[in-house]
Design a protein around this ligand. Structure first.
Ligand SMILES: C[S@@+](CC[C@H](N)C(=O)[O-])C[C@H]1O[C@@H](n2cnc3c(N)ncnc32)[C@H](O)[C@@H]1O
Length: 175
């Protein structure tokens, strides 16, 4: 039994299999237009941003400009959160593992976090829906406008949930 578990773990953690979970077009539409997506597969069935980077180019090494969409490779999200924290304008889609180093950094550095209710659907490279929807997700906003995007999203049907906003950006309640 132990051996079977080992093999399943090794198989599911092969880079590529684990890394290419595509964001649904519905979610992208609800988030609005992006200038850059620094981590894409070579062939995407739909656009995620005006400029889309894929390997062998390294999305971590290019200059990030404008509003950035980042659904990073699941095998190594930390450097992408670090880069977004430095950049300060964009939205990230992350597993809601808030006890990890990347999760802690995302909570510390961002302006708002939307903890998604239920599970998001992802797509495979051919555009078909993936059966796996076991991950808990959070959307993380950097920059004031992206905070508003998450607020709106949290009230909608595509990705409802609870938004936590940095104190300095909270709306004052009417007196
Ligand atoms: C979770 S998928 C996200 C795909 C797409 N951006 C989306 O939102 O649907 C992450 C992608 O990043 C790619 N990737 C991994 N490392 C990269 C790097 N250093 N530079 C560019 N792309 C990379 C992987 O091949 C994978 O297709």
């Amino acid at each position: 039994m132990k051996q079977i578990h080992k093999e399943m773990f090794a198989r599911s953690h092969k880079a590529g299999e684990q890394d290419t979970w595509l964001t649904s077009p519905e979610l992208l539409k609800a988030l609005g237009k992006f200038d850059l997506d620094p981590c894409c597969p070579a062939k995407m069935p739909w656009r995620t941003a005006r400029k889309m980077i894929h390997q062998p180019k390294d999305g971590l090494a290019v200059e990030w400009r404008g509003r950035v969409w980042c659904n990073p490779p699941y095998s190594s999200p930390l450097p992408w959160v670090q880069k977004m924290a430095e950049h300060g304008d964009g939205v990230m889609l992350l597993s809601a593992n808030i006890d990890t180093r990347y999760g802690q950094l995302a909570l510390r550095s961002s302006d708002a976090v939307l903890f998604v209710q239920g599970r998001l659907l992802f797509h495979k490279l051919d555009g078909s829906l993936s059966k796996g929807k076991w991950l808990r997700n959070m959307l993380v906003a950097y920059g004031k406008d992206n905070v508003e995007t998450l607020r709106a999203l949290s009230q909608g049907t595509v990705s409802p949930g609870v938004v936590m906003v940095r104190k300095s950006l909270r709306k004052q309640a009417p007196k």
